[in-house]
Design a protein around this ligand. Structure first.
Ligand code: NDP
Ligand code: GDR
Length: 370
C-alpha cells in the first residue's frame, strides 16, 4: 500500500485527489490549517473515525509557513508521494498579500523539499509541485508548452516561479523525483466561490431563482483554457508514476473569454445574455428568458463591469499545448468546456434551490456574495 501526503487537502484539487488516491488503495494523509470554523466541507465525505482500525484517510494540522511542523508530519507519515497543492491561490488577492503569498507559495515549497532532504527521504519520496499557467503571464508565444518562456504578472505567479525553479533545482542537485505540473485553469462544482467561473455559475443560478439581482465582474476579455479538476488530478497522479521525473503542461488546448463563459452559464438556465456598451460601461442584458421556470423581465440588466475587479497587471490569454502529457502520460481530458459548465450549473442550481425551500419555510438565508 502506497502512502501519500497532500498539502492543501481541503481545497478543490486536494479533495478530488484524495478521492482518487483512496480509490487506488493509497493511505492518504492531508495537511489542513486550523481555522475558527470547520474548513473540511470538501473532504467530509472521506472522513474516517480516527478511533477505528485501518484508517486510510487522516488529516494533520499544519501550515506551509511552519517548517518544523512540515518536518514532523513528513517524518511521521514517511510518504511515498507528496502532492504540494497548498497555496494562497487567488491571483487578485496576492496583490493585497504579496509577502504572505511569497512565504506560503514560494518558500513553502522549499520547506517541503528541504524537509525531505533533511529526513534522508530524497530517494524514497516523490514530489508533485502545483505549478501554474500563470507563470506564462504576459504572452510570449501561444499555445504555451513546457518550452515557452515565463513572464509572471502577479505576486502569486512570481512566488510560483520560485517554487517551479526550486523544484527543478532539487531534482538536479539531489536527484530527487520532483516534478512540476504546469496546470492551466481547472474548475468544478468544488471551485472556490471567488474564482470567476464559480462566481458566474453561482450568480446565474441565484439570478434565475430570484435570489440575486446582478453579477459584477472585472475583465470580460480575459481568455482562459478551462478544464475540469477531476481530469487534472488524474494527470497529477500520472506525473508521479513515470520512470523519469519531468515537468508537464496540462491543458485542454481550447481558450474562451470570460464573456463567453457568462453566456454559456446563463444559457444553462435558459437565460440569454447580450452584452452592450464597452469597457467599464459594459452591461449584459437578458434579451430573453426561455425557461418558463424562471420569471425574468425582458431586457433586464443582470451583468455589470466593476473596475474593482480589474488587476494591476493582467494575464490576457492562456491556451495550453498538452502534447507532451498526451504522448508520455497517455493523459486526455474527459470533460470539454460545455460539459464543465453543465456540471457546475447543475450543482449550483441544486445548491440554491435548497435556499429557496428554506426561504419558503420562513428561514433567513445568508445573502452574501462577492
Ligand atoms: P484552493 O484555493 O481551492 O486550495 C488551496 C488549499 O491550500 C486549501 O486547502 C487551503 O486551505 C490550503 N492552504 C492555503 N494556504 C495554506 C498554508 N499557508 N498552509 C497550508 N495550507 C494552505 O486551490 P486549488 O485546489 O484550486 O489549487 C491547488 C493548487 O494548484 C494551488 O497551489 C494552486 O495555486 C495551484 N493551481 C491551481 C489551478 C486551478 O486552476 N485550480 C491551476 C494551476 C495551479 P484552506 O481550505 O484552509 O483555505
Ligand atoms: P486566475 O483565475 O486568475 O486565472 O487564476 P480567476 O478565475 O480568478 O480569473 C480568471 C480571469 O477572469 C477575470 N475576471 C475575474 N476574476 C475573478 N476572480 N473575479 C471577477 O469578478 C472577475 N472578472 C473577470 C480575471 O481578471 C482573470 O483574467 C486561477 C487560480 O486558480 C490560480 O491559482 C491558478 O494558478 C490559475 O487559475 C491557473
Amino acid at each position: 500500500m502506497k502512502t501519500a501526503l497532500i498539502t492543501g487537502v481541503t481545497g478543490q484539487d486536494g479533495a478530488y485527489l484524495a478521492e482518487l488516491l483512496l480509490s487506488k488503495g493509497y493511505k492518504v494523509h492531508g495537511l489542513k490549517r486550523r481555522s475558527s470554523l470547520f474548513n473540511t466541507d470538501r473532504v467530509d465525505h472521506l472522513y474516517q473515525d480516527p478511533h477505528e482500525k485501518n484508517v486510510n484517510f487522516k488529516m494533520h494540522y499544519g501550515d506551509l509557513t511552519d517548517s518544523t511542523n512540515l518536518i514532523r508530519i513528513i517524518q511521521e507519515t514517511q510518504p511515498d508521494e507528496i502532492y504540494n497543492l497548498a497555496a494562497m491561490s487567488h491571483v487578485k488577492v496576492s496583490f493585497d498579500t504579496p509577502e504572505y503569498t511569497a512565504n506560503a507559495d514560494g518558500i513553502g515549497t522549499l520547506r517541503i523539499l528541504e524537509a525531505i532532504r533533511i529526513l534522508g527521504l530524497a530517494e524514497k519520496t516523490r514530489v508533485y509541485q502545483a505549478s501554474t499557467s500563470e507563470l506564462y503571464g504576459l504572452v510570449q508565444a501561444v499555445p504555451q508548452s513546457e518550452t515557452t518562456p515565463f513572464y509572471p504578472r502577479s505576486p502569486y505567479a512570481v512566488a510560483k516561479l520560485y517554487a517551479y525553479w526550486i523544484t527543478v533545482n532539487y531534482r538536479e542537485a539531489y536527484n530527487m523525483f520532483a516534478c512540476n505540473g504546469i496546470l492551466f485553469n481547472h474548475e468544478s462544482p468544488l471551485r472556490g466561490e471567488t474564482f470567476v467561473t464559480r462566481k458566474i455559475t453561482r450568480a446565474a443560478a441565484r439570478i434565475a431563482l430570484g435570489l440575486q439581482d446582478k453579477l459584477f465582474l472585472g475583465n470580460l476579455d480575459a481568455r482562459r483554457d478551462w478544464g475540469h479538476a477531476k481530469d487534472y488530478v488524474e494527470a497529477m497522479w500520472r506525473i508521479l508514476q513515470q520512470d523519469v521525473a519531468e515537468d508537464y503542461v496540462i491543458a485542454t488546448g481550447v481558450t474562451t473569454t470570460v464573456r463567453d463563459f457568462v453566456k454559456m452559464a446563463f444559457a444553462e438556465v435558459g437565460i440569454e445574455i447580450e452584452f452592450k456598451g464597452e469597457g467599464v460601461e459594459e452591461r449584459g442584458c437578458v434579451a430573453a428568458c426561455h425557461n418558463p421556470e424562471y420569471q425574468l423581465e425582458k431586457g433586464l440588466e443582470v451583468v455589470c463591469v466593476d473596475p474593482n475587479y480589474f488587476r494591476p497587471t493582467e494575464v490576457e490569454l492562456l491556451i495550453g499545448d498538452a502534447t507532451k502529457s498526451k504522448t508520455k502520460l497517455g493523459w486526455e481530458p474527459k470533460y470539454d468546456l460545455p460539459a464543465l459548465v453543465k456540471d457546475m450549473m447543475q450543482s449550483d442550481v441544486d445548491l440554491f434551490k435548497r435556499d429557496t425551500y428554506l426561504m419558503e419555510g420562513g428561514h433567513r438565508i445568508l445573502n452574501y456574495y462577492e
